[in-house]
Design a protein around this ligand. Structure first.
Ligand code: KG4
Ligand code: ZN
Length: 410
């Protein structure tokens, strides 16, 4: 078997091109090992999926096949580089939709094979968690508490090292991103240009000049619906299914014609959206507080051997929500008014899915492997726990037979 490719040097800065394709965005980015993002390209597909009410797996795969070459080409152009200038490749190995992941994997493996360069597979949520190590001028130190809030996941995680993650809490049902998306749909909130349902709901929930005219009617109506409850209040676990249902019930009880796109006044919809957002974000805030108490004053102390938690990091698409950011800042200040714990987010553009985060996690992985490549085609892991980053996928204990290469002449 041929020796695995490796970077000739880890001391000289190197450039890595990464591909992210775990869901419906086709992303390519070039990042240097000295933390410069040379290009970061996202080709969205939501015009394809918006009318279907969710990501259609085959259509997403077809769109990736078309969009990934475009994303790669644009990433090279934006960075003013040629393929020969790239020293290594990375791609999202999991978790995500199998067909979508395989498009990015095929593209990255083909490029690495063609250029004879190392390649590594990356865990999508680890990449979200470690993004501030790329973007902060003073990278946060371990151990930190990570709130990972996206369309696929709602996790509260203790990170004690680049590959050491302990999941403290996850959602018992839906993710918070899904709750934002479904609530935007229930309330028929129009999507802002270039944005999906989550950020559109956030913008919609902001106070609006015309709301004043209907304040008393809104108040009367809101007084009749129960305040949305925060789920599982005494546990760290998250839950959003109940909240989604509470919004649905509140709207259809009073406005049964909403399905026919009639009924609910804008100001009222805005007030319900605001109430939803408040309840959803209050839940995140409460669980972060519980997580810190558990790790610093409770049984979780053993997990960090009594060390203080150096920062709270919120990442993933929902972490771009400004209301969440305000609420977390207020909580940390309230917990410790004199020196609140450091609160860190990636810049908004790097909260939602992107390939710069995959590139950075890939660079860290290559360093940990002393520059040595993964084998070609590291097996995809559509389901992959953050706690099992180093474990092999079970099927790998029965390896594929070696490739049979024939050089055909005449
Ligand atoms: O991390 P991400 O881009 O993709 C996944 O890995 O799932 O997260 C996407 C999710 C979607 O549900 C989207 O609506 C939500 O993040 N999102 C937001 C905001 N921006 C994105 N939710 C609330 N407020 C936002 N500003
Ligand atoms: Zn994501």
């Amino acid at each position: 078997m041929a020796a695995l490719r490796r970077l000739p040097s880890l001391t000289r800065p190197f450039r890595l091109l990464a591909i992210e394709s775990s869901a419906d965005d086709s992303c390519a980015s070039i990042v240097t090992s000295d933390r410069r993002i040379l290009s970061n390209v996202v080709v969205k597909q939501h015009l394809i999926h918006e009318k279907l009410g969710g990501i259609h797996p085959i259509k997403a795969q077809d769109a990736h096949a078309r969009n990934i070459p475009l994303a790669i080409r644009t990433a090279l152009q934006e960075a003013n580089l040629l393929a020969a200038d790239i020293d290594a490749y990375a791609f999202t190995q999991g978790p995500g939709m199998y067909g979508c992941l395989s498009c990015g994997s095929h593209a990255a493996n083909a490029m690495a094979g063609m250029m004879d360069k190392p390649i590594v597979g990356v865990h999508h949520m680890q990449a979200h968690a470690l993004t501030p190590l790329l973007t902060e001028s003073e990278p946060p130190q371990f151990p930190f508490l990570n709130l990972l809030v996206s369309g696929g996941h709602t996790l509260l995680v203790l990170a004690t090292g680049e590959t050491q993650f302990k999941i403290l809490a996850k959602s018992l049902d839906d993710s918070i991103g899904d709750a934002f998306d479904k609530t935007a749909k229930t309330l028929q909130i129009p999507w802002l240009p270039g944005l999906g349902p989550g950020p559109s709901l956030e913008a919609y929930a902001l106070p609006h000049p015309t709301d004043e005219n209907i304040t008393s009617a809104t108040d009367r109506y809101l007084a009749e619906i129960p305040k949305f409850k925060v789920a599982v209040p005494r546990q760290m676990a998250f839950s959003f299914a109940g909240l989604k249902t509470q919004v649905l019930k509140a709207t259809t009880k009073f406005f049964p014609n909403l399905q026919l796109k009639k009924g609910m006044p804008e100001g009222l919809k805005r007030a319900v959206a605001r109430r939803f957002q408040e309840a959803a974000i209050t839940q995140l805030e409460q669980k972060v507080r519980m997580g810190l108490d558990y790790l610093e004053n409770g049984e979780g102390k053993a997990l960090v051997q009594g060390q203080p938690i150096r920062a709270v990091i919120a990442s993933g698409g929902v972490a771009s929500n400004q209301y969440l950011r305000q609420r977390l800042a207020a909580t940390l200040k309230q917990r410790n008014p004199d020196s609140p714990k450091r609160l860190v987010y990636p810049p908004v553009a790097l909260c939602t899915d992107n390939a710069a985060m995959i590139a950075w996690a890939g660079i860290l992985k290559l360093r940990r492997q002393n520059g040595v490549s993964d084998p070609f085609g590291p097996l995809l892991r559509p389901k992959w726990s953050l706690e099992a980053l180093e474990e092999q996928r079970p099927q790998e204990s029965e390896p594929m037979p070696p490739p049979e290469v024939s050089i055909v002449k005449d």
